[in-house]
Write a protein that binds this ligand. Structure first.
Ligand code: ZN
Length: 134
């Protein structure tokens, strides 16, 4: 049971081409592909940045959580993801400590990772994702 690295930093946005030009053409990050994650209502665009990635979250529609996030706050930092070993043990430990999670159990996110989110009100105002390779 440990955190192994910052998996990715996710940024909500509505202009994937502008982001691609900055990340890929100018900064030279390697595009790791785009994937629609219907359950979360987003298309994810991953760019490898050393051991971690930048993830652009593009909403599938205005009614999705990220669509509402964009409407309310505009583009910007959405969440920080920590890759862990022992996700289920972490979930139990978080629940025991009274930490608020966005779901009762891990779900499957992009790249078939098992994921769960810690509510910003339990995490200093930042949405934190824990993810584990499945
Ligand atoms: Zn994420």
């Amino acid at each position: 049971m440990k955190v192994t690295k910052i998996s990715h930093i996710a940024i909500a946005g509505d202009n994937p081409e502008q982001t691609r030009v900055l990340y890929e053409d100018i900064l030279g990050l390697k595009a790791e592909g785009s994937e629609a994650v219907r359950q979360e209502g987003v298309t994810t665009h991953f760019y490898q940045a050393g051991e971690s990635s930048l993830e652009l979250l593009e909403p599938l529609s205005a009614e999705t959580p990220v669509g509402k996030f964009l409407e309310k706050r505009g583009p910007g930092l959405h969440h920080i993801a920590l890759e862990v070993e022992g996700l289920d043990d972490y979930v139990q430990k978080l629940k025991d400590a009274g930490i608020v999670l966005l779901s009762d159990a891990p779900t499957v996110g992009a790249h078939d990772m098992r994921i769960i989110f810690i509510h910003p009100k339990s995490a200093g105002g930042v949405l934190i994702e824990l993810c584990e390779k499945s």
